[in-house]
Write a protein that binds this ligand. Structure first.
Ligand code: IYR
Length: 230
């Protein structure tokens, strides 16, 4: 795929052809809506371990996302090592202290008020796994020469969506966390300069006492997010 050889277009019949009837489609779309409506961002995790293979399968699902020219411009780091999680937490909290102490600006801090966040990030050590998603701004051949990637933010955003849906489907809770800036993750996780950290996902079982902010239940109605042209 990422060789220097010229790859030709060779169509093959669509594998895994799906052909649902309208009622089956309706039921399937409703069932998935119901499943995804039960996804909530949580900040309180059980510390109980989650098997590594579950995390790996969910990341493999993320790797099934469509991407610009099928370059798959993403990489993932999965961390359960307690020392490394503690280091990431310390580094993230250092950034967050700056953010909440004024770096964010008044408007941003006000927007976060109903979410109830602050510079303390215990989920980064409580959650049994952290998944850090990196975007590959450009690709590199083994000899270090570069090739271009296309639609990188779009592609990685879609992969993150697949990943969050896969984790939720597996019964796991997720917090999408984006300390600002996140460059420290390149050093900590030994990723090359071509890669940009996009987000940290804290992953695990929701704590028994987990809460969500009331405003998180307020979702825009379909009439507000959709216009139909038939
Ligand atoms: N990264 C900070 C701030 C933050 C920003 C947004 I936009 C959020 O939706 C939530 C938090 C933090 O994690 O606290």
């Amino acid at each position: 795929m990422f060789s220097r050889d010229h790859l030709t277009f060779e169509p093959i019949p669509l594998p895994d052809h799906i052909d649902l009837s309208d009622p089956e489609m309706r039921a399937a779309s409703q069932a998935f809506f119901d499943t995804m409506s039960k996804r909530h961002t949580v900040r309180d995790f059980e510390t109980t371990p989650i098997p590594r293979d579950v995390i790996e399968t969910c990341i493999a699902t993320a790797g099934r996302a469509p991407s610009g020219a099928n370059h798959q411009p993403w990489s993932f780091a999965a961390i359960s090592n307690p020392k490394l999680k503690a280091r990431i937490r310390a580094e993230a909290e250092e950034e967050e202290r700056r953010f909440y102490a004024g770096g964010a600006g008044d408007e941003w801090i006000k927007a976060l008020e109903p979410i109830g966040t602050n510079d303390q990030k215990p989920h980064l050590t409580d959650a049994p796994w952290l998944i850090v998603v990196f975007a590959q701004r450009y690709g590199e051949f083994e000899d270090g020469t570069r090739y271009k990637n296309y639609y990188v933010p779009e592609s990685v955003g879609i992969a993150c969506g697949f990943l969050i849906a896969a984790l939720h489907h597996a019964g796991l809770s997720v917090l999408t966390h984006t300390p600002n800036p996140m460059k420290f993750l390149n050093g900590t996780l030994e990723r090359p300069a071509s890669e940009k950290p996009i987000m940290i996902l804290a992953v695990g079982r929701a704590a028994q006492h987990a809460t969500i902010p009331t405003v998180a239940k307020i979702k825009k109605p379909l009439s507000e997010i959709l216009s139909v042209w038939e």
